[in-house]
Design a protein. Structure first.
Length: 250
């Protein structure tokens, strides 16, 4: 009798293991290259930030698991375009990126602005007004088509927005380009004693839409875009999207 019971337990255990392996096989993983870009996404943020949580939830609804890999931005884009990752984000649209990636529906948008030291007399109406100034930009970032094509401007590249903010405060550049929310968030978090020392210039360069880019080299790229877009639409419809934003203070 005990032998039969033991065999039954062994049979049940094997069935459980096989069932678990089958489930694991069905669970698909999306690998996304990204960057530390608080408050949108970051390893130290709650649930890695609202962009990470929204994207994770959109894919979860179709049975996908999302894995984020944090890299310098230019490297994240390049490696994803070569197929080392399924995609990368948060990305602005550009024709160049569209050649190698598929863009999802818009996730959210943010104003791209010029920052200056508070009290500076710098103003502008058109980009050519900025010729006399040193402008800090982040390597690999798409800003606006007009600004990025303006090779007559003096642009100095660094790897992060925070480095640019520090350079601006030290007057090593006259202006920096950054997402308005990112700029003030980073200043408040990492240099709170300097908060109020920089300001954004009106008008913004552009209110930029942000997307998830799926590499054309990844398997079933169009299907992955469709899955994400469907999940995003469901989240907007059932209120989950707004709930996540509110949870993260937006």
């Amino acid at each position: 009798m005990s032998h039969k019971i033991s065999m039954l337990w062994i049979t049940l255990l094997i069935a459980f293991v096989l069932s678990s392996l089958a489930y694991a096989t069905k669970t698909k993983t999306i690998r996304i290259a990204t960057l530390e870009w608080e408050p949108y996404i970051g390893q130290k943020l709650s649930d890695e930030g609202f962009m990470a949580e929204i994207t994770r939830e959109a894919f979860r609804r179709a049975g996908y698991k999302v894995e984020y890999v944090y890299l310098p931005w230019k490297r994240a884009v390049t490696q994803a375009e070569y197929g080392e990752f399924d995609g990368y984000f948060p990305s602005y649209w550009s024709k160049q990126r569209e050649d190698k990636s598929l863009f999802t529906d818009t996730i959210i948008s943010g104003p791209v602005v010029l920052f200056k030291v508070k009290g500076s007399s710098i103003t502008y109406k058109k980009l050519s007004d900025l010729k006399p100034y040193r402008i800090g930009v982040v390597r690999g970032f798409v800003n606006t088509a007009e600004f990025d094509a303006a090779d007559y401007l003096h642009k100095e590249e660094v790897t992060t927005d925070l480095i640019n903010i520090k350079k601006l405060l030290a007057e090593r550049v006259d202006l920096i380009v950054a997402d308005k929310f990112v700029g003030f968030y980073l200043l408040n978090k990492y240099l709170p004693h300097m908060f109020g020392q920089i300001e954004s210039i009106s008008p913004p360069l552009q209110d930029k839409k942000m997307y998830l880019c799926i590499s054309k080299k990844t398997e079933n790229a169009a299907k992955k875009v469709e899955v994400f877009n469907n999940g995003l639409k469901e989240m907007r419809k059932d209120g989950t999207f707004d709930e996540i934003l509110q949870k993260h203070g937006f």
